[in-house]
Design a protein around this ligand. Structure first.
Ligand code: S3P
Length: 175
């Protein structure tokens, strides 16, 4: 039985890489944010607006417990998932966990280009966004570091990034 959970900061590539890995392994892919959106018929920004971050984190934990019971899956969690409640311990008990590690500079570049609406980054100037990424990454690293594996995605060449990440992940996880 294969169960893999990808963690890491917003913009690290969890969804892109997770999808590609699941496809190669021929197993199902889940993205925790998408799962929440389907189950609640609300977008993540709507849930933040209606229930605040606290409300979102409770839902996120509940939905994590649902999805992380499924077998033969790759799950990409949200950037904040490992940092609330005992989520990181829970994920380590349920799955092989991987931290997709990227520098604040690389994360900033990805987030600037990305189309996903992220409530935590809303209305920030480039300078504010860079400062926010640096500060919150530092706070979150101790949680991310508890993953059983770490893959540094900074140095992967852009054009081959997804393919290389999948290859390296399979080596790391021995699958
Ligand atoms: C969040 C990351 C988002 C989403 C929400 C909060 C965070 O997921 O869960 O906007 O706290 O880092 P991604 O990491 O997929 O962007």
């Amino acid at each position: 039985m294969i169960r893999i959970i990808l963690t890491g900061y917003m913009g690290a590539g969890k969804t892109t890489v997770g999808k590609a890995l699941a496809k190669e392994l021929g197993i199902s892919f889940y993205d925790l944010d998408w799962y929440i959106e389907e189950r609640f018929h609300r977008t993540v920004p709507q849930i933040f607006a209606e229930r605040g971050e606290e409300g979102f984190r409770k839902i996120e934990q509940q939905m994590l417990h649902e999805v992380a019971e499924f077998e033969n899956i790759v799950l990409s969690c949200g950037g904040g998932t490992p940092c609330f409640f005992d989520n990181m311990d829970y994920m380590n008990r349920q799955a092989q966990t991987v931290y997709l590690k990227a520098s604040p500079e690389v994360l900033y570049q990805h987030l600037k280009m990305g189309k996903t609406e992220r409530p935590l980054l809303k209305d920030k100037t480039p300078e504010e966004m860079m400062a926010f990424i640096r500060a919150s990454l530092e706070q979150r690293e101790p949680f991310y570091r508890q993953a059983s594996h770490t893959l540094n995605v900074d140095l992967l060449e852009n054009y081959a990034k997804i393919k290389d990440s999948v290859r390296l992940l399979r080596e790391l996880l021995k699958i």
